[in-house]
Design a protein around this ligand. Structure first.
Ligand code: DX5
Ligand code: ZN
Length: 218
């Protein structure tokens, strides 16, 4: 089953609770929350306080995407705030296996994100420990960028590895997902689609979620 994960990065922050309810009503399964530290990526966004504030407003799976250096410093805080899942970047941690264990010890599911130019090789010895791999289809930091099509073969290869291992690891794609690119990512093997501007920059975000669902055959 394909899951849709609207990213609040492109939402209207002045009425965030309403925006979250809108996409939940439209049938989105996952809420994607982009955390940026101004170091790992050239932008700043939210912390655990925002996750805590949104938690009573939604039953969706809260999918926290950490684009921060030394992610181990904030795992417990995001768990306490109500995150269901935490993804951190392979490029931002020196102790990848330890961070995965930290996330799981908090009772959350764990994912690793790879930038567009990062090879899959770094996943070789940890794939079995992961609940999700997030393949970035733009360079992280900003919404509204164009989908990088050269990531499509990487999605295919990762799906092949996961099938070979008979693993239930999910593949999430993030960046530039819209009505044209969503079907390409799904054909390549992705099963969770993050969409920021394609949902919240539209006149009717609820309709935008429904159209994305149609575009991927669900
Ligand atoms: C970018 C973030 C994305 C962002 C995607 O660094 O990780 O989640 O919100 O935005 P769109 O869907 O507009 O490319
Ligand atoms: Zn993201």
């Amino acid at each position: 089953m394909i899951q849709l994960a609207p990213s609040i990065l492109s939402a209207d922050f002045s009425r965030l609770g309403d925006q979250v309810r809108l996409v939940e009503d439209a049938g989105a399964e996952v809420l994607h929350i982009d955390v940026m530290d101004g170091h790992f990526v050239p932008n700043l966004t939210f912390g655990p306080a925002l996750v805590k504030a949104l938690r009573p407003h939604s039953k969706m799976r809260f999918d926290v995407h950490l684009m921060i250096e030394e992610p181990e410093r904030f795992i417990a805080d995001f768990a306490a705030a109500g995150a269901d899942h935490i993804t951190f970047h392979l490029e931002a941690s020196r102790h990848v296996h330890r961070v995965i264990q930290l996330i799981k010890e908090q009772g959350l599911t764990a994912g690793i994100a790879l930038n567009p130019a990062t090879q899959l090789d770094g996943l070789k010895y940890i794939l079995e420990d992961l609940d999700m791999v997030l393949l970035m289809t733009v360079n992280p930091g900003f919404g509204g960028q164009n989908f990088i099509t050269s990531v499509l073969p990487k999605i295919q290869v990762l799906r092949h590895h996961i099938e070979q291992k008979q693993s239930s690891c999910e593949i999430e794609v993030d960046g530039g997902i819209n009505l044209e690119t969503a079907p390409l990512a799904v054909q390549a093997g992705a099963n969770i689609l993050v969409a920021g501007s394609a949902v919240f920059d539209q006149a009717d975000p609820k309709l935008a979620v429904k159209k994305l669902r149609q575009a991927v055959g669900g």
